[in-house]
Every structure is written in structure tokens, then in C-alpha cells.
Design a protein around this ligand. Sequence first.
Ligand code: ATP
Ligand code: MG
Length: 440
Amino acid sequence: MSTPQAIRGTQDIFGAEAEAFAHVVETFERVRKLYRFRRIEMPVFEKTEVFSRSIGETTDVVSKEMYSFEDRGGDSLTLRPEFTAGICRAFLSNGWQQHAPLKVATHGPLFRYERPQKGRYRQFHQLDAEILGAGEPQADVELLVMADQLLKELGIADGVTLMLNTLGDGASREAWRAALVDYFRAVQGELSEDSQERLEKNPLRILDSKDPRDKVFVGDAPKIDDFLSDEAQAFFAKVTGGLDAAGVQWTRAPSLVRGLDYYRHTAFEFVTDRLGAQGTVLGGGRYDGLIESLGGAHTPAVGWAAGIERLAMLVGDSGKAFEEPADFAVVPSDANHLDRAMKIAAELRSDGYSVDLPFRGNFKKRLKKADEVQAAYAILLGLESAYQDQITLKNMVTGQQTNIDESHYRNAIRDPKYLDILGGAPRPGFGRRFRQASSI
Ligand code: ATP
Ligand code: MG
């Protein structure tokens, strides 16, 4: 019988890649706390209308990419293709207006029926940050500064550029849209099939097209700057002023639009050429019209999402090892010392050290395992050269070892001078959590 295969476009993430993935999420968690975004947990599925009403029927996401199905009760449900619409639904369902301006962050899996390729999957994962109920340009700035710091903390900011645009307010955007329709209609026959269709439904998206037949016309297309109202211009100036003040570098991208209909004012992407065609790692903008489209009161809001897999690929590039070596391996010489080994491993772990306990094979095999996990130290139990109530502490780098009474080994190994006896300082990162906890 053949074994089941994974669904096309899904991934089983393991080893260094999984560590890089976790590192991205952990870094995001740390940074969102610095910016005081509150953590939220969201359902993975919603009523289909949550996405169709907000994202808009004319977008690729709603028209081609959603995983929708009828549940046993006959309701049409959809696996979330993005976070924003669900968060806005939750904002309305729970009366979160009382917390506005509300800064929230979350992360998790999303589902889109796309053509799978490197950096593009059918189940992928995003980090997400939103500020709901804030019409001030400072909200846009804060989100962008946070995104910039996240990339810096991940060590991947070099070679990633913030591309920034404004889509103006509703009136500016409408005027621009009309001009784009006139411009592209004149060359309609030469556009890609997709863009001919976009011309009727969603002409801004033509600017976003990757098809070379469309690209030749994009350069000379009407620019939003010629249609911006004074208010929209002033808003954009405050965003760029705030970024400059915070030291965030940005590049103006006059034909950058976001795929989704609800965007107003600020639109942005962080892009790199290090990931081939899938070079956008983080994207977002202001979506002042979305909550209204779900039946709520007019509520300005702004946010971004970043692809965790794409960030993890960049992190992987920088060559950092996230599969960390163990601080200790506890190695019983035979099965009689297994319980003792368990006790010592539990004690060390509760003291904040990472510990491996090789329990398979003979003593030699276990020692070899301690070497494989690159333990800084081994604690050997039951050696003939030690008394029964002693443990043997071995420096795995120098090979030096010494016996310590088991009754006070925990104190002894906390004493850096004691560890020095064993041939100098331990490996970098040794006892990381313990040292962090004790330095508070
Ligand atoms: P694209 O133009 O690449 O399709 P998008 O506009 O659909 O991007 P968003 O909806 O803004 O992307 O999602 C934000 C981020 O999520 C993207 O910048 C990217 O990093 C990531 N992302 C989007 N779709 C996928 C996918 N199918 N697989 C992996 N990551 C994705
Ligand atoms: Mg897409």
C-alpha cells in the first residue's frame, strides 16, 4: 500500500529551517512587545462573506485563491487567506472599539490556492500587526518603524528596501483610477489577457502586473501625485517626515499598489532581490474603508503582514546556526544510573540549562551522542574513578574532567571560577537562559 502524500503547496518544516522559522516568530514576539502591540489569537476559518465583502470580489485572492467549502450545517466557510479581514470582523463582533486606537499582533497559517513555487505555498505563514481605529499618520509611521526594526533584529535588513507609496484618499484614488482606465484603454489590445480583464474590474492592479506585455506601459502611466488632494499630500508628508525622524530609509515607488481594494493613503512593501521572483517579504498599508464594508462605522486602520517562510529563507542565508549546541549531556555509565541521570537533568533544566540525556546503547555510544549534540560539558555518572556520591564533570572541548560531590554540584557549576578549572570559558551561548534570568 502506498503511503499518503502531503497536499501540494504545503510544507513539512524540519531541522535548521524549522529553527529559522521559530527564530523569526520569537524575534517578532520580542519586537511587538517593545512597540506594545497586544497579542491576539484568531480563528483559522471565517464565514466566506468576511473575506468577499472586505477584500472585494474583483481581487485575485477572492476570485481565484480562496479555500471555501460548505460545512455540515450548510454555511459557506473559508480558510483565512489573510489576517486583516478576520481581525476587523473580531473588532466589530467584540466591541473592541472601546480600546481604539488598538494595536494588535498575531501570527499563524494562511491558505491560498496559488501555483506552488519557491517562496509561494498554499499553506503559508504570516506575522501580522495592525492598528485599528487610528486615522493619524503616526500610526503608519509606528508600524513601519516596527517593521524596520524587526528586519534589523533578524539581521536581514541589508538588501531589503522599503518601497513606499500613497494611494491618496477616496477622491484622489478615484480620479487616478479614471485616468488609468483612459490610459490603458488606448492600448487595451496590447495588454495581457489578465490586464484586459483588470481594466474593467480593478485597473490599479495593472500597475502590479509582472507580465512584460503590461510592464512596457506601466512606466508612462498616470501618477498618483497628479491627483492627490491637499489633505492626502499633507498626510503623506507626515508619514515620510516621521520615517525620516526615526531614521528609517525608504524609497518612493509611484506605481506600487496593493492588491486589495480597501487600501487608502499609505501603501508599502519591503522587497529584496535575494529571493528570486518572490521578493516581497512584508507588505501593508492603510485600509480606512474595510471596517465599513463589513457593516461597521467608519474606522480608519493600518497594518502589515510578512511572510514567515520568506523571512526564514533570508535568515537562513545569513548562515547563523539556530540548532544550538547543548549546555550539558548527562551520561549514565549503565542502566543503574538512569534515574539519577533523570534527576540531574531535571535539576539542570529547571536551572535554565539545555540538557540532552542519551539513554540508548552502551556507555561509549552515549558518550558519542554527547559529542554529536556538541554539549559543552558532560556529567558522567557511575565512573569507577569516582565515589558513589560523586558526579564527574567533563569539559567536552578540552577533555579535562573532575569529580564533584553530587550534593553540591548545582552550586559548583554556577560558579564560573569552578568551570574555569575545566579549561577555560565554556562555548559561547552556554547557559543562555540561566544567565539571562539571573541578570534581571
Ligand atoms: P504577491 O504579490 O507575492 O502574491 P500578495 O500581495 O498576495 O503578494 P500579501 O497578501 O500582501 O501578499 O501578503 C503579505 C506577505 O505574505 C507577502 O509579502 C509574502 O511575504 C507573504 N505571502 C503572500 N502569499 C504567499 C504565499 N502564497 N506563500 C508564501 N508567502 C506568501
Ligand atoms: Mg498574492
